[in-house]
Design a protein. Structure first.
Length: 115
């Protein structure tokens, strides 16, 4: 049930700058951790840049985790980005944003919130 809720919570926040590219956040709660394991789909053998930001807020404190890099899509147009995991506290709220760029141009973006 919890996995279903997370997928449902992220679904309405998907935004695409270019329909040729798709981002799946791959977010789920595992024990006391929120794991984010994004995958992307697009044109085969394409090299893209990405940014992933995870922001946690709660009870007078906040933290940010930022990652960026390059992903090369395989012959089928699929690729995996770096993963991220944060401890989940019932009083905290999380916002995750993944952005894909092709030669500096934004081609896909997905933002999700938990809970």
């Amino acid at each position: 049930m919890r996995k279903f809720f997370i997928v449902f919570a992220f679904a309405p926040l998907i935004a695409y700058a270019d329909n040729a590219y798709r981002v799946d956040m791959g977010a789920e709660v595992r024990g006391n951790n929120l794991s984010v394991e994004p995958t992307v789909a697009g044109p085969a053998d394409k090299a893209l840049q990405y940014e992933m930001k995870v922001r946690r807020e709660g009870e007078g404190r906040s933290s940010n985790s930022n990652q960026s890099g390059t992903v090369k899509l395989d012959a089928h147009g699929h690729g995996k980005l770096a993963s991220n995991s944060v401890n989940v506290s019932p009083s905290d709220h999380y916002e995750i944003t993944v952005r894909l760029f092709d030669a500096g141009q934004l081609v896909a973006e997905q933002t999700g919130r938990y809970p």
